[in-house]
Design a protein. Structure first.
Length: 94
């Protein structure tokens, strides 16, 4: 897994999956560009587990850069993990 908890600077391990998901920032080390987003642990009403552990963002351009430059040139950090309302507020504030 490539996610680091920005609060502890250690590998991200959710304290509970009862929460909605997390807000993250992905930084391109070469260009210093940042992508901020929100990822949920489960998808849909049937609560299908998402593949958040290997998630690299939903941006087509970001994923093209990751493919071209390699994952080693990006930093994947979790900013916060909480409820849906709290996360969406933090995503737009960051």
């Amino acid at each position: 897994m490539h996610w680091t908890d920005l609060r502890t600077n250690k590998a991200f391990k959710p304290d509970t999956l009862d929460r909605f998901g997390f807000v993250y920032v992905i930084t391109n080390i070469k260009t210093k560009k940042k992508y901020i987003g929100c990822k949920q642990y489960y998808i849909g009403k049937d609560q299908t587990p998402s593949k958040w552990q290997s998630y690299t963002g939903s941006s087509k351009h970001l994923n093209e850069d990751i493919k071209k430059l390699g994952k080693k040139n990006f930093i994947f950090e979790v900013i916060d993990a909480d409820s849906y309302t709290h996360l969406r507020a933090n995503e737009t504030r960051e």
